[in-house]
Design a protein around this ligand. Sequence first.
Ligand code: ZN
Length: 251
Amino acid sequence: MRAVSTGAQQVADLLRASESAVVLTGAGISVPSGIPDFRSPGTGLWENVDPMEVAHIDAWRRDPDRFWSFYGERFASLVDKRPNDAHLAVAELERRGFVRAVVTQNIDRLHRLAGSERLIEVHGSIDQSVCMECGGKVPIDRVVTLLADGDGAPLCEACATPLKPDVVLFGELLPERALAEAQALAMDADLMICVGSSLEVYPVAGLPAITRGGGGRLVLVTQGPTPYDGDADVKLDGDVVTELRAVLAGL
Ligand code: ZN
């Protein structure tokens, strides 16, 4: 077996020394599961549309049928995706007591499927859709059936109002409680490991600065530059699966 790289070993050592580590993840951790990051050009579903326009709260308000004709495809493309070894590694770190919680920008619920327990989904999740009228919640499997059976937006079965995916659309604020929990974790963390995020989208991009400000360590596991490259104690810029496997091997 190949020896663990120096960087991965450093991360493993930081984890062993830490008491309140938090993992923060972005789109890059789900790329090996076949979910392209829409910020990379030429990626499938997002190729011919402007996500800021079609996945905007105003698009949903204006014309839910049209909104769902796009978003329904997104649901269909995500519903059968499976966690990859990077998600599993993060779940294992929590199970073994090295990590206190996972904060994710992803809506794909793959951390949940991988077994992460304390999971803060700051952009919501496709796991359910909500009725803004009566507060009803509909699980994803039912939404997919409604989409396949109907024409246009899936409707609340109690009051026939078009459903909204329980994700943060462009133009919407992040859920206050999730964000407050993420900020409290960041403040308390003596180590934050950011995986697969370019750390460009606020307010989540501000979390590493909160940890840093409190004297915590910072690790980046991501390909491509981030605003924190100069600040990080360790940066691993290989493939997320390979890097996280190596970290586990170093523990
Ligand atoms: Zn309803």
